[in-house]
Design a protein around this ligand. Structure first.
Ligand SMILES: *Cc1c(COP(=O)(O)O)cnc(C)c1O
Length: 435
């Protein structure tokens, strides 16, 4: 599998290089040079396959002979002991639950695959890497859980003190072993800046093999295509075209849906649903892309003013706006509309949604209003509602249950190194603690 940079088509990389570099040197994004399609035979019988069988087939189709099929089986079976079930919500709509992994958010699908495939390459090259990652909440939890106890890899996670939820903080700070948490007296941007500086520091790079678990890494993108195929497999018996609605921030999730489509998944349409950070819905409406500073909303994992995967989204349609609008519609909603969607679904079906999921549901409803029906709607649920417990309970005026996996964390003591946002302190700390 060969990748090229979206900025300079002549910059190429193998899968291994793209995975360990995250970004090409020109700061573009890696895109696959060609996208193979799954065999029509496989798609014709997909309803008989398990999630892991589907994931193995997709990975094998993409990687060809680079990794043997039996090694791919090991990678997938190491990564996934959870899947993506579908539940019917009303007559025509289904929710695809992506929160059954260790951190109870959809980022587990990317993080677990990334950890397993990096580990595969590191065993072969007999190397070790140090992962540095800044988080504003959900990414850190998924990365911590994904890389926990993986040989040859240590993870250092920086998070802004007081700006992540209790549960999110516990997900980062209670694992130990190869996972270290640094609580930075500053903002998420400060954390990200420290990580960026570390990657540019010659001394640190001479001493350690540093790597990033950034969300634009293709090892996080590829595995997110698995659950689109799995959703199709679960709904194929209905015999109707499928419309997917995706709650979007950096648009990695939607990009993965487009990858699935290009690999041959029958998809009628995609709905890109956002909160007031609406640069992509406005682009789809007008053809003009105007990123803005991010706005705080109740679906805060999607508070992204300038989505990092926008370039990929365009590239999937050969940078042709009209082609993009034929396949993708954008909608955006404010906090009150999001809360109303949470209340409406709860009242009608008893189903409790996190605010991100509610944005996707509302996007699907809008699309339905504007288009002839006769399709099956699937909206993606990106996090368990208990991850946003205060907001959900206040909106629904009801207590919700915290799953054991999250609740048990609350009684464990957090372990984090406190630090101010100075790079020299961060560097000293890395020099002294990584080995
Ligand atoms: C990260 C995240 C999103 C946004 O996903 P993108 O791939 O960045 O568009 C949506 N919901 C939740 C809960 C998230 O953690």
């Amino acid at each position: 599998m060969i990748f090229y940079s979206t900025k300079t088509a002549s910059i190429k990389a193998t899968a291994e290089e793209a995975i360990f570099n995250s970004l090409p040197a020109d700061n573009g994004l890696y895109m696959p040079e060609s996208i193979p399609t799954l065999s029509s035979d496989f798609i014709a019988n997909i309803e008989t396959k398990t999630f892991n069988e589907i994931a193995i087939e997709i990975t094998h189709t993409l990687f060809g002979d680079e990794i043997t099929r039996s090694e791919i089986e090991t990678i997938i079976n190491t990564a996934y002991d959870f899947d993506a079930p579908i539940l019917q919500i009303n007559e025509q709509d289904y929710v695809l639950e992506l929160f059954h992994g260790p951190s109870m958010a959809f980022k587990d699908f990317g993080a677990r695959f990334m950890a397993a495939i990096m580990s595969y390459y590191l065993v072969r090259s007999k190397k070790e890497i140090k992962i540095l990652v800044a988080t504003s909440g959900d990414t850190g939890g998924a990365v911590a859980q994904g890389f926990y106890k993986i040989p040859g890899i240590s993870v250092t996670i920086l998070y802004p003190s007081g700006k992540v939820s209790d549960i999110q903080e516990k997900q980062l700070t209670t694992l130990g072993h190869n996972v270290t948490a640094i609580e930075v007296d500053g903002t998420f941007d400060d954390c990200q800046k420290l990580v960026k500086e570390a990657f540019l520091d010659p001394e640190l790079n001479a001493k350690f093999n540093l790597a990033s678990a950034n969300s634009i890494n293709i090892a996080r993108l590829i595995p997110q295509s698995f659950y689109y195929f799995s959703a199709y497999a679960q709904l194929k018996r209905l015999g109707k075209p499928i419309v997917f609605a995706i709650p979007s921030g950096n648009f990695g999730n939607l990009s993965a849906g487009l990858l699935a489509y290009r690999m041959g998944l029958p998809v009628e349409h995609f709905v890109a649903a956002t909160n007031l950070n609406n640069a992509v819905p406005r682009y789809l409406e007008s053809g003009t892309y105007e990123p803005l500073p991010s706005i705080e909303t109740i679906s805060n994992a999607m508070d992204v003013g300038n989505p990092s995967n926008f370039v990929r989204l365009k590239r999937f349609f050969a940078d042709d706006w009209e082609l993009a609008t034929e396949k993708v519609s954008g909608f955006y909603f404010d906090n009150e509309q999001t809360r109303n969607a949470m209340r409406e679904v709860f009242k009608k079906s008893g189903y409790v949604m996190c605010p991100h999921t509610a944005v996707a549901f509302q996007g699907l409803e809008e699309y339905r209003k504007q288009n002839a029906s006769g399709f099956t709607g699937v909206f993606l649920s990106t996090a368990h509602p208990a991850k946003f417990i205060e907001l959900v309970e206040e909106t629904l005026e009801k207590q919700i249950e915290i799953p054991e996996r999250l609740g048990s964390l609350l009684s464990i003591e957090k372990v984090a190194t406190q630090m101010n946002a100075s790079f020299s302190n961060f560097k000293t700390l890395l020099m002294n603690t990584l080995n």
